[in-house]
Ligand binder design. Structure first.
Ligand SMILES: [Zn+2]
Length: 449
C-alpha cells in the first residue's frame, strides 16, 4: 500500500517585508535589488523577527487545529550552499509554532516559520545567484504520512490553499509560491522527492514514483529530484537524517512568548473558513453539497454569491455563478479577481432572467460581454431592444402568420409528425429575431392548430 506524507512550503508574499529584515518581498524583479546585509548573510548583520510574518504563521497553525506552545525560538540549520552565504538557514526545529493539528482526515505534524534561501539561476556552464528571494518568509506545513494516493495529496493541497487564501496569506495565481517535498513508500524504504512546484506536478511526480517503486522497491532511504520535462524522478543522494544538519539555537533572535491574549486576538481575526462556509451554505441557502463546495472553494466567488443571493433566488444564483460565470472565465483564461464583474451586474442579469425578459442565451452573452468591460445589463437590454416579447398577443400574431405561410408543415404536424412543431417554433423565433419565448410559442402554436 502506498503511504505519502507532504512538506508544503508557502511563501508569504502578502507579507510586505522579509522575515528577518525590512527588504520588500515583492517589487523590483531585477536580481539582487531587494537586499541588505541581513538577507545577504553578511557577517555581523543582525536579524529582527517580522511580527506580521510570525502572526501569519501562528494564524495558519490555529486554522489547522494545531497545538500552540507557550514560547518558541529559532534555530540555525547548518549547511553550506551558495544560495545561503552565512552557511545556515534560520528555521525552527525543536519547538515549532504549531504541532499535532489536522485538516479533515489528514494529521498535521508541524507548522513552522523559516527564511527562504536565494535562487540559483543556471545559464549554460555558469550559475548566477539572485538574493531577492533570500529572507522571504516561508511557512512549512508537514503532514503525517496519511495519504493513500497521489490524487488525495492534490485534493488536500487544494483545500490547504483555499484556507490560506481565506486567511489572506496566499494567492492562488502564484503557483510557484507553493512548493512541496513529498515522501512516499510503496513497497520498500521511504523515498523523498524534493522541490516540486505546483499541484499538478506534485501529483505527476508521485504517480511516477509510486509506479516506479512497484517495479523496483527502494532498498534504502533516498532523496530524489523531479524532472518535469522528462516526467521522471532521479536519484540525488541517499537520505540524510534531520539531525545531520546540526541545529543550534540562534542567539541573535530572542525567545518569543506566545501569550493567550495574542492567540485570542489572532483567533478573532480568522474569518469563517471554507469548510464552515460549505455547511452554512447548505443550511442557509439549501444548496446542494457540490454547489456549496465549488462556491466556498473560492473566497471571492463565495462573497459574490452571498451578495447576489440577497436579492436573487440562491439556487439560481449558485448555478449561474458556479457553472456559467466560471465557464466564461475559464474559456477566456481569466480569474474572477481580474475582471470587473460585480454583484450588481449578476443581480441585473438574473433578475431579467427571472422576469422572463431575457432568455438563457442572452444572459450568457451578457456574461461574455461583461468579462471584457463593465456596463449595466439592464440598460444595455433596453437600449439594444433585446428584451423578450412578453406580450402574448404579439406572439400570437406571429404564430398566425407562420401557420398561414406553412400549411404543409401544419398538416404534417396534424398527421402526427412531432418534428414539424420544432420547425414552426423555429419560424416564429426567426420572425421575432430570437426574442420570443420558445416554450410560450409552442403553447400558443398548439392552441391555434
Ligand atoms: Zn534584507
Amino acid at each position: 500500500m502506498v503511504k505519502i506524507g507532504i512538506e508544503a512550503h508557502i511563501q508569504l508574499l502578502n507579507c510586505s517585508s522579509k522575515v528577518f529584515c525590512s527588504c520588500p518581498t515583492t517589487g523590483d524583479e531585477n536580481p539582487n535589488t531587494r537586499t541588505c546585509p541581513t538577507c545577504l548573510g553578511l557577517p555581523g548583520a543582525k536579524p529582527v523577527l517580522n511580527k506580521k510574518a510570525f502572526e501569519q504563521a501562528v494564524q495558519t497553525a490555529i486554522a489547522l487545529d494545531c497545538k500552540i506552545p507557550k514560547e518558541t525560538f529559532f534555530s540555525r540549520k547548518n549547511y553550506f550552499f551558495p544560495d545561503l552565504p552565512k552557511s545556515y538557514q534560520i528555521t525552527q526545529y525543536e519547538i515549532p509554532i504549531g504541532t499535532n493539528g489536522k485538516l479533515e482526515n489528514i494529521k498535521i505534524k508541524r507548522v513552522h516559520l523559516e527564511e527562504d534561501p536565494g535562487a540559483l539561476i543556471h545559464k549554460g556552464s555558469i550559475t548566477l545567484i539572485d538574493y531577492n528571494r533570500s529572507g522571504i518568509p516561508l511557512i512549512e506545513i508537514v503532514t503525517e504520512p496519511d495519504f493513500k494516493s497521489p490524487n488525495e495529496v492534490r485534493l488536500f493541497l487544494r483545500k490547504l490553499i483555499t484556507i490560506l487564501e481565506y486567511l489572506d496569506i496566499y494567492e492562488r495565481k502564484s503557483e510557484a509560491a507553493m512548493k512541496a517535498d513529498a515522501n512516499i513508500s510503496a513497497t520498500g524504504e521511504k523515498v523523498e522527492i524534493k522541490n516540486i512546484t505546483g499541484l499538478k506536478e506534485i501529483e505527476r511526480a508521485l504517480d511516477y514514483e509510486a509506479a516506479r517503486q512497484e517495479k523496483e522497491p527502494a532498498q534504502q532511504q533516498e532523496t530524489r529530484g523531479w524532472d518535469s520535462e522528462k516526467g521522471i524522478t532521479f536519484l540525488q543522494r541517499t537520505k540524510e537524517e534531520e539531525s545531520d544538519y546540526g541545529y543550534i539555537f540562534d542567539g541573535d533572535l530572542t525567545k518569543i512568548e506566545i501569550s493567550q491574549s495574542l492567540i485570542k486576538k489572532i483567533k478573532l481575526e480568522i474569518p469563517e473558513l471554507s469548510l464552515d462556509k460549505v455547511e452554512r451554505f447548505k443550511k442557509a441557502y439549501k444548496l446542494e453539497k457540490e454547489d456549496a463546495e465549488t462556491l466556498a472553494a473560492d473566497k471571492l466567488l463565495a462573497e459574490l454569491f452571498e451578495e447576489v443571493a440577497k436579492e436573487i433566488d440562491p439556487i439560481l444564483a449558485a448555478h449561474w455563478l458556479r457553472r456559467d460565470l466560471m465557464k466564461v472565465l475559464h474559456y477566456n483564461k481569466k480569474e474572477l479577481k481580474e475582471v470587473k464583474i460585480d454583484a450588481q451586474h449578476i443581480k441585473e442579469i438574473l433578475s431579467l432572467l427571472q422576469q422572463n425578459k431575457i432568455n438563457d442565451a442572452t444572459a450568457k452573452e451578457l456574461l461574455i460581454k461583461l468579462i471584457e468591460s463593465p456596463f449595466s445589463p439592464k440598460e444595455h437590454i433596453e437600449k439594444e431592444n433585446l428584451a423578450m416579447i412578453t406580450s402574448e398577443s404579439e406572439i400570437e400574431n406571429m404564430c398566425r402568420e407562420v401557420i398561414k405561410n406553412n400549411k404543409g408543415v401544419v398538416d404534417s404536424y396534424k398527421s402526427g409528425k412531432q418534428e414539424a412543431m420544432n420547425f414552426l417554433v423555429g419560424q416564429v423565433m426567426r420572425l421575432s429575431k430570437g426574442k420570443a419565448n420558445p416554450k410560450e410559442t409552442q403553447k400558443i402554436l398548439k392552441k391555434l392548430i
